[in-house]
Design a protein around this ligand. Structure first.
Ligand code: NAD
Ligand code: MLT
Length: 537
């Protein structure tokens, strides 16, 4: 996809001017923050990209109606207002701005914790009613108290640094972070059960997913210290609001600070009736700095994607860490071309794809998913009507019952690095291996088990034949007769006189009738024509 000069972008939640300016320089932008769902459904079909914060409900209906959508940008972290499956199925890139509001949310959590400990909001409200009740608002110190952090990601970690500076003792629970990583920051990792037992203040910083829904509930609250304080500046629903209400009323929980709610706004919530619960209307990311950061981040990513590039923080496709992007790009390009090539020289219905990454690639094992997706794109895009890209390739393979497996090994048949794609169809098996040399130059080094040295570009004829005099000459004559120039030729064989594989690089497309003629030659078993260029075949 080249630059979409007349691309149209819809911004349906408030976005900072700095982000809008980036968009306006490159594309047509409509800012419509007042849309009801039926209006959004009516107009979304005109747009190539949609940028939102958390208010717009980007559900399956909206995505279905967005016939031209290529990009959905979330100016913030949480993507729970976007139907990720629907977007992925349609190959729409969904990207967020995960770093822009980390410090804003961290500082808001600190503000909530301090306010909770010292009853600042309640005391403010009282004094503004002209009261002077000093004993009513007796607080507690945070010094030397235990802060239990559930979810030790970006915000959890920043929070720990600040709490430690205030001489709090920090403990954390996060199944995906190592003890060592936490220890480097002076934080002790423990089970969630232990954390609930020892913490004086508990704060949650996970996404809202099935595993974290109602993580804080009546049962877990019962195991907490009497007089515990609970904070949620992450997502409504991580805490069971009914259980929290009951526990505050009973005195088990001394107080709570909530920035997020199961239903927003929580107008009918009984939580708002309790003095011990302090609340803000989802203000975690609401700083001038954070809003500029997230707006600039999604706007840049949006323009990049509409230009045909990639987004930095794609949520629905595997990405490689920025520092590895340059190193891995030549492998990704090779894998895509190999995918295109192997699917065209195979016959039958594709049932499985095996990717084997060898040699120095084993050092990047964690990033091979990215390369596998591009290989799948190469395999599926030429043969399917629907567009296949890095976002939906995996989904489409699954939907079609194609098994995909990935192996990483040190073994690389004497090459510094080696990618092998082995596919199985209902008619048999085909294998292609390739390597990347110095400066990103790549070669296909084996086809069907025969050694080759083939540039993965342009037009190729692959034939299997009996290795006997005359076969290659006759094929050249047929092509010459039709004015098709042979740019390169290779023959792979195991033993003279036995089966051999011939690869001819030609300068132009080979008409079907010419391929028929080649297939009709004596000694030829199969002959296929492949285009290793992008686009449908
Ligand atoms: P992050 O992805 O950096 O961190 C989330 C952490 O949760 C990860 O380390 C992950 O391993 C951990 N996690 C996942 N499943 C878990 C589980 N079952 N138990 C414990 N930990 C688990 O995200 P972040 O940027 O730190 O944001 C954290 C949360 O804060 C998100 O829900 C985000 O949407 C929310 N947020 C809210 C505001 C706001 O305005 N209130 C602002 C920014 C972020
Ligand atoms: C986020 O997930 O980034 C926050 O909840 C802030 C927001 O909704 O903008």
């Amino acid at each position: 996809m080249g630059f979409m000069a007349n691309a149209k972008v819809l911004v349906s939640d408030p976005l900072a001017e700095e982000g809008l300016a980036i968009l306006k320089k490159a594309v047509d932008v409509d800012v419509r923050t007042d849309l009801k769902e039926d209006e959004l459904l009516r107009i979304i079909g005109d747009y190539d990209a949609l940028l939102v914060r958390s208010s717009t409900d980007v559900n399956a209906k909206v995505i279905e109606a967005g016939k031209k959508l290529k990009f959905i940008g979330r100016a913030g972290v949480g993507v729970d207002n976007i139907d990720m499956d629907a977007a992925t199925r349609k190959g729409i890139i969904v990207a967020n701005a995960p770093e822009g509001n980390t410090l804003a949310a961290t500082e808001h959590t600190m503000a909530m914790m301090l306010s909770l400990a010292r009853n600042i909001p309640q005391a403010t409200a009282s004094l503004k009613k002209k009261e002077w009740k000093r004993s009513k608002f007796m607080g507690v110190e945070l010094n030397e108290k235990v802060l239990g952090i559930v979810g030790f990601g970006r915000i959890g970690r920043e929070l720990a640094k600040r709490a430690i500076a205030m001489d709090m003792k920090c403990v954390a629970y996060d199944p995906f972070i190592t003890k060592e990583r936490a220890a480097q920051l002076g934080v002790e990792m423990m089970s969630v059960e232990d954390l609930f037992r020892v913490a004086d203040v508990i704060t949650v910083h996970t996404p809202l997913i099935a595993e974290t829904k109602h993580l804080v509930n009546a049962k877990s609250i019962a195991t907490m210290k009497d007089g515990v304080r609970i904070i949620n500046c992450a997502r409504g629903g991580i805490i069971d609001e009914k259980a929290l209400y009951d526990a505050v009323r009973s005195g088990k929980v001394a107080g709570a600070a909530l920035d997020v709610f199961e239903t927003e706004p929580p107008t009918e919530s009984p939580l708002l009736t309790l003095d011990q619960i302090i609340v803000t209307p989802h203000l975690g990311a609401s700083t001038i700095e954070a809003q500029v950061n997230v707006a600039v981040s999604v706007a840049k990513q949006c323009v990049e994607v509409l230009k045909g590039g990639s987004a930095k923080y794609v949520v629905n496709a595997p990405m490689v860490p920025p520092e590895l992007a340059e190193v891995l790009e030549p492998y990704a390009q090779l894998a895509e071309k190999m995918g295109r090539f192997v699917i065209q020289i195979a016959s039958g219905r594709l049932s499985s794809v095996e990717l084997i990454y060898g040699g120095e690639l084993s050092a990047y094992a964690g990033s091979m998913k990215y390369i596998t997706r591009l290989a799948l794109k190469g395999l599926l895009d030429p043969i399917l009507q629907q567009p296949v890209n890095i976002v939906n390739a995996d989904f489409i393979a699954k939907e079609r019952g194609i098994t995909v497996s990935e192996t990483v090994t040190q073994e690389s048949s004497g090459f510094k690095n080696l990618i092998t794609i082995r596919i199985k169809t209902d008619k048999g098996e085909e294998t292609v291996s390739g390597t990347v040399f110095f400066k990103g130059r790549s070669r296909i080094v084996a086809v069907g088990g025969y050694t080759m040295d083939m540039i993965p570009e342009g037009y190729v004829i692959v034939s299997r034949h009996l290795d006997k005099p005359g076969v290659i000459g006759r094929a050249s004559t047929i092509l010459g007769k039709c004015n098709i120039n042979i740019a390169g030729m290779q023959v792979g064989r195991v033993q003279p006189g036995e089966h051999a594989l011939m690869v001819l690089n030609v300068d132009s497309e080979v008409p079907a009738a010419v391929m028929e003629e080649i297939r009709g030659m004596p000694g030829i078993f199969t002959a296929t024509f492949a285009k290793i260029t992008s686009g449908k075949i």
